[in-house]
Each structure stands twice: as structure tokens, then as C-alpha cells.
Design a protein around this ligand. Structure first.
Ligand code: PFF
Length: 485
């Protein structure tokens, strides 16, 4: 480790190859967004219709933005904080904002990671000892979840374990820490995801749930009177776009940081396509794991299907445990496998967010990785206190009426990330000019095949759509108009 640390001061660390980079970026992208957010959004916005809109956005907007971020990182060899000011005078503020985003996200992401850890430990206990802390009665009422998140120390404690796990990986550096941990965790994640979804697909009676998930429903495109509605189409596109940023880890400095460790001989264009395929595949598989079982459960218990799917964070922490509780002994093991999978996904994403902060501190101050990891870890622990206590001891201090965790989530995902994304496109498309990115993409020696569409997306398509997203989010928060997502 020391040699890597010393080496880093003279020369920037790098991934060992193209595959290592793709794996790292996919590990960052595949997270809570895929496992919990995508399935319920898809179920809510007309199944197949949402999936089709989402795929179209990933192939256009997502492609342009991810490619631009990775190219900016590789071109400047800097983390976001310093990358933009190197790129063009006067644009340093984009890097500043892009660094604040992960600093605000890591603390609450780790608190949710702590919830997942708590569930994993509880399911292990249930499977091994037969204890029933989340038996049918407790799970039914959601009492387990609410009593856990509102307790005084436990949410902070579990979150702190999660932060410590990320720090333990990051301190070992790019090759020895992040890359090795991904090689260990990602194959397990894929195996668990495929195994659980196969189990669910072959459960008797899963057919209707699968239909509900995949078959396009016109509700995503029509208003309450059943006729085609532009407003409803707009909501579906905006919902899918917000999810795309979230899921692909865009506009939060991560892809710039990871791009800064990329070798020049590797093809950015090929890598972006592979990362997008991995991320989307896991999102669709997550829906296969979740939507049919929740559907069957709703039908069996006479609950409204839409309501059951629409439970937000409750879907993973309240509805799924209820479903597992109805499956008897197999349910506890399914819980172990499912929450084990979520831990891997959340951990690899949290590591990438944490790394974006550490790299920015190293590049700005020229300090080593170890003090930077320690500094960021302390800051994250301090900030996580707010989110950890926000549903319990501090529930009365709710900024803008939101618990702290929701407040951090809203300011970053709905306000700051669209601002960073629009500014990135304008910086790349209009200030620096796309030619610089094109040269960087072609530096590996092969032609940039999607050059022309890229220029159109980055200069026109992306800024216009994203400004619409931003305005709609702000209107939603202020309760103006009918733009509810
Ligand atoms: N892309 C990851 C996910 O889908 O969970 C990581 C991530 C996204 C972290 C958005 C945090 C966040 F707000």
C-alpha cells in the first residue's frame, strides 16, 4: 500500500485495465437506485412503457453525459473539484457543486446502508436460530422498521459501521482497494440477483405479476379520463430521466473521478456502452425479483397493487419483509440473500461516492490518501448524525417539513444534480466545445462512432430536457402546477 501511496504523489493511480474500469463504474452505478427505486418507478409508470422510455434516455442523454464526464476526468487527470477550473477558466463552480453533491449524499447513503445491514443481520439471525423479530405480525405493521429508524443510537451505529467499511477499502487505493473489492463483490452480486430472480419467476402464480411489470400499460401516457395526455407523458419522461441520473451515478463527480484513473489506450465509448448495459440489466432484474412477489402478495391480501408498489422506501423495508414473512422458512433465507445482495450494491456505490470526495481533497490540497480518507470519514460521520436521528430524536427539526434524510436526498437529487448536469453539458458543449471530448475519446486509436449524435445530444437535447426536469422538480417542491413525479 505504501508504495502505491508514494507512487501516487508523483503519478496518478490508474485502473489495471479496461475491464477493471468498467467493473468499477458499473459497481458505482449499480446501487440502491437499481434495486429499490427502479422497480417501484416502473410499476408506477406503466411497466413496459416506462422501461422503453428509460432505455431511450439511457442510450441518448445518459450516453452523452457519462461519456462527457469520463472524458473530462481523463483529460484533466483531476477529480471534479479541480477538473473544471483546469478545463476552462470560470467554470470551476461546476466542479465545486459536483463535489458538494457526493459530500452531502455519502452520509445519508451510508445511513440507508446501515438500515440494510441491520436487516441482513436480522434475517441471518432468523434463518439460523428461528427467532422471529420480523415475524408476520411485526412485519405486517411495519413496527420493526419504524422502531429501528426512530431509535436513538442504532441507526447511527449501523451507519458508522458502513462508513468504516468504505474507508477501509478506500485507504488501500485505486488498484489495491477499490478494484480488488469490486472483483470480490460484483460477481457475488450478479449471482445473487440472477438466483433470486429465477426463484421468483418460477414461483407458482408469478405470471400475472410479470405481465404487470413488462406489458406496456397506457396509464403512463393517458390522463385520468383515459385519453392520451402530454402532461402524463411528460411526467413519465421526467420520472425516467431523474432515475437515469441517479442510477448511472451521473452529475455527482464520480464518473469524472473514475475517468481520471483511466488509461488513455482504453476506449471510453465502448466502456460507456458496457456500463450502461450492466446497470440497466441489473435494474430490470431487480424488477423481476420484486414486482411479481409484491403483486402476488397484494392480490392475496386484498391490498391495492399500485399502493403496494408505491410505498417508496417502505417497499424494501416494510413491504418485502411482509412478503418474506408469508413464505415461511424459505422467506428468512430469501431475506438473507436479498439483503446480502443489497449490501454489496450499496457498499460499492458508497465507496465510489466516498472516493470522489477523497480524490477531490487529495487533488486540491496535495495531501495523501490516508489523511484525506480520515478527514472525509470524520465529516461523513458528523453529517450522518442528522440523517440517522432525523426520524427519531430530531424528528421535530425538519427543514422545509422534510426529515433530514429526505431533505438531503431532495436537495442533491432534485436540485443540485440537475444543475450540475446542465452546467456540465453547457461547459462541454458550448465553452470547451465537443471537439475536445471527441479528441479524448479517439485518443485510444479508434474512431468515435457516435460522434455526430453525441454533439447533438450534448449541445441541444440534454440541456433542454434537463432544464425541464429542474423546473418541474422545483415546482413540485413548491407545490406549483400539476407536475407531480
Ligand atoms: N448509482 C448508484 C445507485 O443507483 O444507487 C449510486 C447513487 C446514486 C448514490 C444516487 C447516491 C445517489 F444519490
Amino acid at each position: 500500500m505504501t508504495s502505491e501511496l508514494n507512487g501516487e504523489r508523483q503519478k496518478r493511480a490508474s485502473w489495471s485495465g479496461q475491464l477493471a474500469f468498467v467493473l468499477a463504474a458499473a459497481a458505482s452505478a449499480i446501487g440502491l437506485g437499481n434495486l429499490w427505486r427502479f422497480p417501484y418507478l416502473a410499476a408506477q409508470y406503466g411497466g413496459g412503457t416506462f422501461i422503453a422510455v428509460y432505455l431511450a434516455l439511457v442510450a441518448t442523454l445518459g450516453f452523452a453525459l457519462m461519456l462527457s464526464e469520463i472524458a473530462v476526468g481523463r483529460m484533466t487527470r483531476q477529480a471534479p473539484l479541480t477538473a473544471f477550473s483546469r478545463l476552462r477558466r470560470g467554470w470551476g463552480f461546476v466542479g465545486f457543486l459536483g463535489t458538494v453533491v457526493p459530500v452531502l449524499i455519502v452520509p445519508y447513503y451510508c445511513v440507508i446502508g446501515g438500515w440494510v445491514l441491520k436487516y441482513f443481520v436480522t434475517y441471518c439471525r432468523m434463518a439460523l436460530t428461528g427467532a422471529q423479530p420480523m415475524g408476520e405480525a411485526a412485519a405486517q405493521s411495519g413496527a420493526f422498521f419504524s422502531s429501528f429508524i426512530s431509535s436513538n443510537f442504532a441507526p447511527f451505529g449501523y451507519g458508522a459501521v458502513f462508513v468504516a467499511a468504505c474507508a477501509a477499502v478506500i485507504v488501500f487505493g485505486v488498484k489495491n482497494g477499490i478494484e480488488k473489492s469490486n472483483v470480490a463483490m460484483m460477481p457475488l452480486l450478479f449471482l445473487l440477483a440472477v438466483a433470486i430472480s429465477l426463484y421468483v419467476v418460477f414461483l407458482p402464480g408469478s405470471g400475472d405479476g410479470l405481465k404487470y411489470y413488462f406489458v406496456p400499460s397506457l396509464s403512463a401516457l393517458s390522463g385520468s379520463d383515459g385519453a392520451f395526455s402530454f402532461a402524463q407523458l411528460g411526467r413519465t419522461v421526467l420520472g425516467a430521466m431523474g432515475q437515469m441520473f441517479y442510477s448511472l451515478s451521473l452529475a455527482m463527480g464520480i464518473m469524472i473521478t473514475y475517468g481520471s484513473y483511466m488509461r488513455r489506450e482504453d476506449s471510453i465509448e465502448k466502456c460507456v456502452r458496457r456500463i450502461e448495459i450492466f446497470d440497466t440489466a441489473i435494474a430490470v432484474i431487480a424488477g423481476l425479483m420484486i414486482v411479481p412477489v409484491v403483486y402476488m402478495f397484494a392480490v392475496k391480501t386484498g391490498t391495492d397493487v399500485k399502493e403496494a408498489m408505491n410505498a417508496g422506501p417502505g417497499l424494501m423495508f416494510i413491504t418485502l419483509p411482509k412478503v418474506f414473512a408469508t413464505l415461511g422458512g424459505a422467506g428468512a433465507w430469501l431475506g438473507v440473500a436479498f439483503f446480502g445482495l443489497v449490501i454489496f450494491a450499496a457498499l460499492t456505490s458508497a465507496i465510489s461516492l466516498y472516493e470522489a470526495c477523497v480524490a477531490s481533497v487529495c487533488d486540491l490540497l496535495g495531501v495523501g490518501r490516508r489523511p484525506a480518507t480520515f478527514f472525509i470519514g470524520t465529516l461523513v460521520l458528523f453529517l450522518s448524525t442528522f440523517s440517522a436521528l432525523g426520524y427519531g430524536a430530531w424528528k421535530d427539526v425538519a427543514p422545509f417539513g422534510m426529515p433530514f434524510l429526505d431533505f438531503f436526498d431532495f436537495t442533491t437529487n432534485s436540485v443540485m444534480m440537475p444543475v450540475v448536469a446542465v452546467s456540465t453539458c453547457i461547459a462541454v458543449g458550448w465553452a470547451v466545445k465537443p471537439e475536445a471530448v471527441i479528441d479524448e475519446v479517439e485518443a485510444c486509436g479508434s474512431r468515435f462512432r457516435a460522434k455526430r449524435p453525441y454533439v447533438f445530444f450534448v449541445k441541444y437535447f440534454a440541456p433542454v430536457l434537463m432544464i425541464a426536469l429542474l423546473v418541474s422538480e422545483v415546482c413540485r417542491a413548491l407545490g406549483i402546477g400539476g407536475w407531480k413525479i
